[in-house]
Design a protein around this ligand. Sequence first.
Ligand code: PLP
Length: 450
Amino acid sequence: MSVDRDRLGALMRDEENRFRAERPESERAFRRAARHMSDGVPMVWMAKWPGPWPVTVAEASGAHFIDVDGIDHVDLCLGDTGAMCGHAPPASVAAIAAQLPRGSTFMLPTQDAAVAAELLATRFGMPVWQFTLSATDANRALIRYARRVTGRPRILVHDYSYHGTVDEAYATLDERGDVVARRGNIGPPVPLAQTTSVVQFNDVEGLQAALRTREIAAVLIEPALTNIGIVLPDPEYHDAVRELCTRYGTLLILDETHTLSAGPGGMVGQQGLRPDAVVLGKSIAGGIPAGAYGMTEELAGRVRASLHLEDIDVGGVGGTLAGNALSMAGIRATLGSVLTPRAFEWMIARCTEWTAGVQAALDEFDVPWQVTQLGARAEYSFRPTPPRDGREAAEADDFELQQYLHLHALNRGILMTPFHNMALMSPVTTSADVERHTVAFREAVASLYA
Ligand SMILES: Cc1ncc(COP(=O)(O)O)c(C=O)c1O
């Protein structure tokens, strides 16, 4: 049952009019901002939100934010995971605020760093950690190290994955199955086929064929796809990936930046996965910049043996502010006191409620969409069954429909994650917050299908 496009167009116009009428202060802020920033936003992707101008935030606390027009929002986007711990979590804020007047960046460690690394080591079973300012940078560092220690030129990613602004990773397959740059890839330095192999998620045979060439330094994957909707692994998939990487001498890097939603130790902890390296970022410092990567003793030893002290500051793995004192204080407090195992139980329970609310509306109006949950994160997509790989998920994309649903939600005080239909729960998201979405989503579905 497809959506009537005329009806969708009319509904969208109504929502845009409502937005215009209710957000005059955001408009004023936007007009001023547009004078000296591209598209009136500090980072270009902020222009992609639906509506005639972006909502300007006044302040946020916990699972809510208030915009400059005084409108309260339940935040289910949570900074696309950057604020998964809730906005301004008191323990993280206290630790960061205590460090700030004592200095923030020294190019020397503080005592918090060792505690942060201990916490990560316990949760992810990886003994050796390094810190960056973003998950992107953590991925970049590991790709370089993987090439260095294996002496191999290529990496492998899943089709329709996202690992940040990493040159090698933004690749896809064309109709003939050849590796090409993803649509929208800006200024790739070389054709992606030179650096990257791409296989579909859950495709063990395709993975084996690629690894058999012994050209692949590292497989860089999310344990479940989360950036093209959620795509869960088949029950045996990760065992096969591990076995094949070991057999062909390829390093296995699991990017848990988003799949941390599965539990306190991400999917590595939840499913006992055994990668060579793990990547984290976004939320782990309570909302200030921090990324991290953990390595096995074996990989860390190979990396160490390959480096000369004299060269390590110019070797392509770095970042002047990486490992700074604020990030370290933030990680220590956030993992120690905010994103605790108990907090995850709460977040996952709220997400189960959210998923049930979405499913109930789909059932009531007999809508051929599906909803998938991954711990504290869930997402619906415009197809009847859960996708098995990124291509299937991508084929269900419907930008117009998505923009309508997001604007409908926004006008009812709910922020969904842009670019897809994802909702994330924080340790302070309540059942009442979830209910706000359940009511609005039912109304949106009814407007399209009743
Ligand atoms: C799985 C994954 N890895 C890495 C990144 C990059 O994170 P950042 O932009 O904070 O560097 C993202 C961003 O969405 C992501 O989803």
